[in-house]
Design a protein around this ligand. Structure first.
Ligand code: NAD
Ligand code: TYD
Length: 339
């Protein structure tokens, strides 16, 4: 069994590769990644010499490179993590999101059609459903919730999802889609809320909370997401969408306070800054379908998961310090300098 994983030098893709090599010792994993600012080859260093693993630096939009790889590797399954993934960057510059997230998806699926594949799996997001109001805690996203996006990021992911469903219906491509809530855990790029707050706390820097910090996200430990994808690609029904989430809704401000508390830092570091444009209020997944059909349940509770995550950032300072000492500084200045 050969699995082609795209975007495997990023946060969730790398965690997925580690999980799969461990869980399925007889599988071969081929990773294609463009190594954008978010891709980090040092993350994959421990498996670079593993003969079950191959890394190829390429853009999923590069048709020739993708077709060549399919000819060489004949993957049985393709799992597409590769994406531009940060909402704030999509507000700054949407076009690369359309390119990678939509065009890249179509190139991968064209290759799947041309060379044949048992399953094309699209890693999507709960953000395609838009947001829910804070005063209706009874509402959740199900797979039937209409797509209704807010940001260029979520719109590009929704566009890709629609294209995946079109390839399924028009060409009979064997596809599946998973829509997960916010992930956290090791190797999370420090521009996202949780790793950014941990890194800033450790450096005694201000903790920039957007608006009043009342927005709610539904946090899932990354390994639970990986387990869910493993189930969907092997046992999930063709053509189906599966929502993934662990009923763990938290307000941003409570997460930031918790991180301060865990690291013994004062809450006076918290700085309220101008809100994100079009900021989604609340995400909340109903994971009933994946639970009933595939028996999936999250295994890591938030208290345990956030402690493990903080521990990982304490134990792996060089990994994130190298990131924040580079081009990231320009990004940070642009994004937070005048806020
Ligand atoms: P990430 O930004 O950490 O990693 C993305 C990876 O894709 C990087 O390694 C990058 O180099 C690579 N990449 C980007 N453009 C590419 C291109 N054109 N060709 C090849 N490689 C390219 O993202 P992540 O947080 O790991 O997210 C992975 C996937 O999961 C994305 O599709 C995202 O939409 C989805 N998702 C993320 C979350 C979350 O909380 N992070 C939640 C739900 C869904
Ligand atoms: P983020 O990690 O960017 O994920 P997403 O927007 O895809 O859910 O942000 C999570 C929440 O944290 C979101 O409501 C925006 C907020 N946020 C801040 O308040 N400050 C920050 O510096 C960042 C990056 C995010």
């Amino acid at each position: 069994m050969t699995i082609l994983v795209t975007g495997g030098a990023g946060f969730i893709g790398s965690n997925f590769i580690f999980y799969m090599l461990d869980k399925h010792p007889d599988y071969r994993i081929v990773c294609i990644d463009k190594l954008t600012y978010a891709g980090n080859l040092s993350t994959l260093a421990p498996i670079m010499n593993d003969e079950r693993f191959r890394f190829v630096k390429a853009d999923i939009c590069d048709r020739e490179a993708v077709y060549t790889l399919f000819e060489e590797e004949h993957p049985d399954i393709v799992v597409n993590f590769a994406a531009e993934s940060h909402v704030d960057r999509s507000i700054e510059n949407p076009s690369i999101f359309l390119q990678t997230n939509i065009i890249g998806t179509s190139v991968l699926m064209d290759a799947c059609r041309k060379y044949g594949v048992g399953r094309y799996h699209q890693v999507s997001t709960d953000e395609v459903y838009g947001d829910l109001p804070l005063d209706r805690p009874d509402l959740f996203f199900t797979e039937e919730t209409p797509i209704h996006t807010s940001s260029p990021y979520s719109s590009s992911k929704a566009g890709a999802d629609l294209l995946v469903q079109a390839y399924s219906r028009t060409y009979g491509l064997p596809v599946s889609i998973s829509r997960c809530s916010n992930n956290y855990g090791p190797y999370h790029f420090p521009e996202k809320l949780i790793p950014l707050m941990i890194a800033n706390c450790l450096n005694d820097k201000p903790l920039p909370v957007y608006g009043q910090g009342l927005n709610v996200r539904d946090w899932l430990y990354v390994e639970d997401h990986c387990k869910a994808i493993d189930l969907v690609i092997h046992k999930g029904r063709e053509g189906e969408v599966y929502n993934i989430g662990g009923h763990n809704e938290m307000r941003n401000i409570d997460i930031v306070r918790l991180i301060c508390h865990e690291l013994g830092k004062p809450e006076s570091l918290i700085t309220y800054v101008t809100d994100r444009k079009g900021h989604d209020m609340r995400y909340a997944i109903d994971p009933t379908k994946i639970h009933n059909e595939l028996g999936w349940l999250p295994e890591t509770g938030f208290e345990d998961g956030i402690r493990k995550t903080i521990r990982w950032y304490l134990d792996n300072r060089p990994w994130w310090e190298e990131i924040i000492s580079g081009e990231y500084q320009n990004y940070y200045e642009r994004m937070y300098g005048n806020r």
